[in-house]
Ligand binder design. Structure first.
Ligand SMILES: Cc1ncc(COP(=O)(O)O)c(C=O)c1O
Length: 368
């Protein structure tokens, strides 16, 4: 056997001894952990729509969009999506990871990326692939960002942030980001992965009203939209450039056309889920209050994502396992995904008030 396999066995052993080894497992219990915030993934509406799309277009797209993989439904989905989120144009790709790695890498090495310390790995990987310089600023800290932006380099500057942060559930200060972007002549890119469907008047994200000042927005359909796929939205010219240069678009088989077929009606469905959006956010608020009253710190969560910080990996795993025996699916999130181990609780449209209060009670009484 090659020595490499002995090496990786040692690495796995180290992860195991640190309680950082990850293994996939079948899901069971009430879902407080997935990103299916609007409970659409299992909806009859999406199942029917997807089957209809498969009947119409077949299963696979058969090649990249620039070869034979394109269908009109992709362009229709892109236009509908752009109208929804107030953008001139959008590009549909396989998933949010491909959207971010493709977008940032297309910006090239003559770029300085100012990236929030807690931005998602797909953003970081895209920056790495670009060959440009990665400059972290402290999480949501606009003073730190400004201090870093002041240094002149002659390269183009790009500020990148999630809008709703995936692990902390806090929200980026868009007014301040726009002010700094203008003051220091930067491009601004926002990742709306966890905001789409939940924030915005029509569920069109935190940044929909800032469309004039944000250069690129990235949205995945893998979370509240209940499917997979993602959109990068910007000007017509910027999207035409991505069609030519974005490697995850050019060199990858197009997503299933049946997914694009679902998009227009799915958007209408999400727009109509106003009541669900406000219920999710009010349930989240109530859950946070109950945790705080029990003496727990919910950090700066302002959304449907609520972190419960743990002492260490062992405690996080133990709590997740005890919650599982009580019928809750809540996962331990550990380093290197986050700095400090935690449980990540996500509130969904199909949770009743009783579900929220019962779970809060489990935390409050320390019934682990
Ligand atoms: C902020 C953020 N951006 C991008 C992604 C990647 O999206 P996808 O799951 O569609 O690849 C995620 C997924 O976890 C995310 O949290």
């Amino acid at each position: 056997m090659h020595a490499y396999f002995a090496e990786i066995e040692k690495k796995l052993e180290l992860m195991r001894s640190q309680n950082r080894l990850r293994e996939v497992r079948e899901n069971s219990g009430k879902d407080f952990s997935s990103n299916d915030y609007l409970c659409l993934a299992q909806s009859q509406f999406l199942k029917n729509k997807l089957c209809e799309g498969i009947e119409k277009f077949g299963a696979g797209s058969t090649s990249s969009r620039l070869v034979r993989g394109h269908r009109d439904v992709f362009a229709i989905a892109e236009e509908k999506f752009s109208n929804w989120i107030n953008s001139a144009a959008s590009l549909f790709v396989a998933n949010g990871y491909a959207a971010n790695t493709g977008l940032f890498s297309s910006m090239g090495p003559d770029t300085e990326f100012y990236t929030d310390r807690l931005n998602h790995s797909s953003i970081i990987d895209g920056i790495r692939l670009s060959g440009g310089e990665k400059i972290y600023y402290k999480h949501l800290n606009m003073n730190d960002l400004e201090m870093k932006l002041k240094k002149k380099s002659g390269k183009k500057k790009v500020i990148v942030s999630e809008t709703v942060f995936s692990m902390d559930g806090d929200v980026a200060p868009l007014d301040d980001l726009v002010t700094l972007k203008k003051k220091y002549d930067c491009l601004l890119v926002l990742d709306e992965a966890h905001a789409i469907g939940i924030f915005g008047n029509s569920g069109n994200g935190v940044a929909a009203e800032y469309y004039r000042d944000v250069d690129y927005r990235v949205f995945t359909m893998g979370k509240s939209m209940g499917m997979e796929g993602a959109f990068v939205s910007s000007t017509k010219q910027a999207i035409a450039y991505l069609v030519n240069t974005m490697r995850t678009f050019v060199f990858s088989t197009a997503p299933m056309p049946a997914i694009a077929w679902c998009v227009p009606d799915l958007i209408e469905k999400v727009i109509a889920m106003k009541e669900e959006r406000s219920r999710i956010l009010s349930h989240a608020e109530s859950f946070r209050m109950q945790l705080q009253q029990a003496g727990y710190d919910t950090m700066n969560s302002r959304s449907h994502i609520i972190p419960f910080l743990c002492k260490d990996e062992t405690q996080a795993l133990k709590m997740a396992s005890t919650l599982s025996t009580q019928g809750y699916d809540i996962r331990a999130i550990r380093p290197p995904t986050v700095n400090q181990s935690r449980l990540r609780i996500s509130i969904h449209a199909c949770h009743s008030r009783q579900d929220i209060d019962s779970l809060a009670q489990v935390f409050a009484t320390g019934g682990f």
